[in-house]
Design a protein around this ligand. Structure first.
Ligand code: PMP
Length: 295
């Protein structure tokens, strides 16, 4: 199994992958990215990831230099070179290499990198036992600063959040906005269930509209389960009947404790388990529709 990086058209083994120290992604965090995973060897929900990459690029006024077919081809090349049964991919586009300074015209062309590494199976039973979260003092960036809706490589805020979560003995940290409402985790979206209603904060709370979040909302609605995008505070999360996180490399992940206090009986709840089942079934159906993998 291999870790490889595709850089501007060429695949390198992990230890030989290099980028200029004048790349503005490195100098300024002036970059965007997507985390994509495979399902039966193929990129899962790739259309949605490419659409969000374009939306992030537009938000930072970065002109992408290839079409979706170009990204698909590059991803295929990277997956083939990595040779892993299932992969986690990180597609990064930076402002490019240029002189020191903020002006975008200093960088004639973006840099594109695709990292591939083996993916821990999404259905790993150990993962599905659930995780503990902590409510963080570190706030989510304001929507009028570096908007959380941009999947930006400028991740220091999230890294500070992850530090705090770790220091509190939690697996993931939940960030609030300035109004005290729950936004999302440092690398996941968050849902709660109260009296049978599934609730997740709306984009206006200031969050990344996760691909998994969107997929889960669609599955719940299609199954006739009551769902709402509505704000809630940390007190409501603590008092929830159930809670869970969503993210590309984890799928649906039960929250079993908030700030050290168990959520209900401290085990994944029935609605969370039902959604996990719906998610697996939908994923299998998509894989079957795509047909057997060539090669
Ligand atoms: N929020 C943040 C801050 C994230 O970094 C991620 C992971 N990309 C998510 C939510 C989940 O999004 P997705 O389902 O698209 O992976």
């Amino acid at each position: 199994m291999g870790e490889v990086v595709w850089i501007n058209g060429r695949v390198w083994p992990r230890d030989e992958a290099r980028i200029s120290v004048y790349d503005h992604g490195f100098l300024y965090g002036d970059s965007i990215y997507e985390t994509v995973r495979t399902s039966r060897g193929r990129p899962f929900l790739l259309d949605r990831h490419l659409a969000r990459l374009r939306s992030s690029a537009a938000a930072i006024r970065l002109a992408l230099d290839r079409d979706d077919a170009g990204y698909r081809h590059a991803i295929q090349e990277t997956l083939a070179a990595g040779g892993n049964p299932e992969s986690a991919l990180r597609v990064v586009v930076t402002r490019g290499v240029g002189d020191i300074g903020y002006a975008h015209r200093l960088c004639p062309a973006p840099s594109t990198l695709i990292y591939a590494r083996p993916l821990r199976p999404i259905r790993d039973p150990a993962l599905r036992q659930g995780v503990r979260v902590a409510i963080l003092d570190v706030l989510r960036n304001d929507r009028r600063a570096v908007s959380p809706a941009i999947k930006s490589g400028n991740l220091l805020n999230n890294i500070l959040g992850a530090f705090e979560a770790e220091s509190k003995g939690a697996d993931e940290g939940i960030m609030l906005n300035r109004g005290g409402q729950v936004t999302e985790g440092t690398m996941t979206n968050v849902f709660m269930v109260k009296s049978g209603v599934i609730r997740t904060p709306p984009p206006e709370a200031g969050l990344l509209p996760g691909i998994t979040r969107g997929f889960v909302l669609e599955l719940a609605r299609a199954a006739g389960m009551p769902v709402e995008e509505a704000p809630f505070g940390p007190g409501e999360l603590r008092a929830a009947d159930e809670a869970f996180l969503t993210g590309t490399t984890r799928g649906v992940l039960a929250i079993v404790a908030v700030d050290g206090t168990p959520v209900a009986d401290g085990r994944p709840g029935p609605i969370t388990l039902r959604l996990t089942g719906l998610f697996d079934t939908a994923e299998d159906r998509l894989a079957e529709r795509a047909g057997p993998q060539a090669g």
